[in-house]
Design a binder for this molecule. Structure first.
Ligand SMILES: Nc1nc2c(ncn2[C@@H]2O[C@H](COP(=O)(O)OP(=O)(O)O)[C@@H](O)[C@H]2O)c(=O)[nH]1
Ligand SMILES: [Mg+2]
Length: 414
């Protein structure tokens, strides 16, 4: 078997750190399972890259890796002051001052459930400015979530807009904080409305903040929590009534990743990458239900449920009918089997019951039809990965969610 170092060398740089953390946290027997999981990946390195990028969220959740939240924005808007509101340890505090350019490099600290990163101003000019901007953008590109800070007095002008579109192009989840609201007290509603309009956002999407006092910080936290898997898992452990909802989020994300994996030009439905995505999903659902299972066990569960075999059979059956193109069939089947796997896993962790073969077959068929219908409405042209992911997510919105998905094939029959 290959060594972990050999494998890591082949991985995209942004995945190496998380894989290293995962590796360090595994027991010797889990390490063996993990190595064989990774070495079974197809040799097409673009696919491996794609897969790891897409599954990052699930893997982090499964292994409890902390997400990075970066605070970015123009100089002097109060980024470091806001950063200090999140920092727990006094020694981690950042220097703040009325002088622009106080923060020259990125700085990271533990903020409990996530790691927070302070960055220099990303709007600066000149040689030093350009270097600082590059530094800030690097932190933004590495982060999992962005807190984009603007200044209520300065408002949103061309520089701010340029920076905003640059940051948005990174495709990360973000919130916009409008800081120093204390300085525009009376006109705050108008100031927020104008900022939102200039940014092309709704008023609700611009959070008023006073970094100096901590006003508005809880609202930022809530926005981060909505995308933070570790918080999601912690909620699931603490609040049993939310477990199905939380598991469903994990299922939606894994299903859209699976669909994307299946459209890449490969021998259709290559199962190694799908099994990784599904195993990571099963691990994260296990965490929501407060089970500590190993990756080997997760993979065994995925294999025992027999969805790989079912997917192949279904693919052969449906392609004989000569309707939709292969990529579309592959994507729909990959998505539907992932949803059924997630549903079956959540059931298993909740009650210890295994779904019957008939239930699994019926549900997979009904879901495949649903995804096919939804994907066909896009036309015959192969969509971009992003469009496909969005489409799968939209199709899942139309389904009965969480445990209710159980009712879906009955509905489809009626
Ligand atoms: N009035 C007011 N001033 C603030 C607020 N937040 C930060 N400042 C001030 O704005 C200046 C720049 O803050 P700093 O955090 O260093 O900004 P950075 O360059 O974005 O990191 C400092 O003088 C802060 O005291 C706020 O909410 N209200
Ligand atoms: Mg600063």
């Amino acid at each position: 078997m290959v060594s972990i170092d050999e494998l890591l060398r082949k991985m995209p740089p942004e995945s190496r750190d998380i894989l290293r953390v995962i590796w360090d946290s595994l027991s010797p027997s889990d390490r063996k399972g993990f190595l064989s999981l990774l070495s079974n990946l197809p040799s097409d390195s673009n696919l491996v890259r794609l897969l790891l990028r897409l599954s990052g969220q699930q893997l982090r959740m499964a292994f409890g890796q902390k997400n990075q939240v970066a605070i970015v924005g123009p100089t002097n808007v109060g980024k470091s002051t806001l950063y200090n509101q999140f920092v727990h340890q006094k020694s981690d505090r950042a220097e703040t001052s009325p002088l622009p350019g106080t923060t020259r490099t990125n700085q990271q600290a533990d903020a409990g459930l996530f790691a927070i990163v302070d960055t220099p101003g990303a709007d600066a000019v000149g040689e030093v400015g350009a270097r600082e901007q590059a530094e800030a953008l690097r932190a933004a590109a590495q982060a999992d979530f962005l807190i984009i800070v603007f200044d209520a007095i300065q408002g949103i002008k061309q520089t701010e807009l340029d920076l905003f579109s640059q940051l948005r192009a990174l495709g990360k989840p973000y919130v916009v904080a409008l800081n120093k609201i204390d300085l525009v007290r009376k006109e705050s509603a108008a100031v927020i409305a104008r900022a939102a309009q200039n940014l092309g956002l709704t008023v609700e999407q611009v959070l008023p903040v006073i970094a100096k006092t901590g006003d508005g910080v809880p609202e930022i936290l809530a926005a981060v929590a909505a995308t933070e898997p570790e918080i999601v898992a912690a909620l699931g452990r603490g609040l049993p009534q939310f477990r199905w909802q939380l598991a469903w989020r994990s299922i939606v994300s894994a299903a859209s990743v699976s669909a994307v994996i299946a459209i890449t030009p490969l021998p259709i439905i290559d199962f190694a990458p799908l099994i990784i995505t599904q195993s990571a999903m099963v691990l994260s659902i296990a965490r929501i239900y407060n089970y500590r299972i190993t990756i080997r066990r997760a993979r065994e569960l995925v294999v025992t449920f027999g969805l790989g075999f079912l997917a192949r059979t279904l693919f052969a059956e449906l392609s004989k009918l000569g309707g939709p193109p292969g990529w579309l069939l592959g994507s729909a089947i990959a998505a539907s089997t992932t949803v059924v796997m997630g549903y079956a896993a959540a059931n298993w962790f909740e009650s210890g019951e295994k779904l019957s073969k008939d239930r699994i077959n019926a549900l997979t068929k009904a879901l495949t039809t649903h995804f096919l219908d939804s994907l066909m409405s896009m036309g015959k042209k192969r969509p971009s990965r992003q469009t496909l992911q969005e489409r799968i997510r939209a199709a899942m919105q139309e389904l009965p969610q969480g445990k209710e998905i159980e009712l879906f094939d009955d509905q489809a029959k009626n």
